[in-house]
Design a protein around this ligand. Sequence first.
Ligand SMILES: *Cc1c(COP(=O)(O)O)cnc(C)c1O
Length: 395
Amino acid sequence: MKEKNKRNLETEIIHVGYHPDPIAHSVSPPIYQTSTFAFESAEQGAALFAGKEKGFIYTRLGNPTILALEEALAFLEKGSAALATATGMAAVSTIYLTFLEKDSHMIGTSALYGPSRNIIETEFARFGVSSDFIDTSDLNRIQKLIRKNTRLLFIESPANPTMAITDIKACAELAKANNLILVVDNTFASPVLQNPLELGAKIVIHSLTKFINGHSDVVGGVIISSTPELHQRLQKVLRMHGGTMDPHQAWLVLRGLRTLNLRIEKAQGNAEKLASWLESHPKVAWVNYPGLESHPQYDLMKKQMKGPGSMISFGLKGGYEAGLKFINNVKLCTLAVSLGGIETLIQHPASMTHASVPKKEKDEAGITDDLIRLSVGCEAYEDLMADLEQALSLC
Ligand SMILES: *Cc1c(COP(=O)(O)O)cnc(C)c1O
């Protein structure tokens, strides 16, 4: 392990989690497409179940292909261990099931991924869980809302789709002083650009569907814990409620992960140029991108992230109508939800994902009628700019 730690991230990302298998020496990891594993004897089966011997029993409880992905992700996020889950939401709900109880309370970022918030307000509320979703870049507000029964502080930074940045280190100190567990949804940054566990968070989650897999062809999630104790509590709940990953899914995500660094570099380079270009465009009212000096938390971004990433949101001077017209006229950018793939995706939350969200909630989360969200991909910059330019000229 010592020698490993000296290597660069771009090297590790290609090798971590797998060494050519001892049987066939395949360079690509084998897909252990099996639901169950044979015991050598009744005694060995008993030892495996008792945890006295290491090995595999049944795929819901563990599988070598899934383990390879988990080891890679735990390493990249500098955690103790990782749990791969069926989807990003299975990661979120496993955390809620593990740490929330009757009459407990949680605090979350108001712009938290929609279902991460909705499941608390509609489903966990049935079990007496209460919550406050606020702008977590305002630390005083968090402090004021902490109660005796608060268990979790759940933040997303950069937040979706406003790109607001929360001070992870300051939140970690607040959580520690008040005995809360700080969870960070690190999907937008990826482990290449931000490592919340190093900043004091206890748990990190990702929707692997996005940057880590990166090819818009699989869904998945992961929970990375800072300590073995947290990992074991989460693992117990995940194994019972069954939101575990499938081996083929794990193999696809591991393949996507190998190029994460290259994809982020290319997409981020495109995003930096596009954000500056958009900011000076006469039809554009505003641009939110943590890599622009005009971003209100530009300095904080530089402090806690290695780069601003490739998610941009911006508004058109023509408002809702112009937004609708704009996204209906792009040709190269694909009109779709999701993000973090090699292809550029574009969406207009007011007419698409957030069409049914009450206005008050949209205002609180910073989702204005003119907001366009762009997940910048790895195409040539000139082609992306030309596409946005022709669509803007029609607005
Ligand atoms: C997509 C997403 C999720 C949920 O992940 P799924 O894989 O769709 O279940 C959670 N958090 C963020 C920030 C996301 O973008």
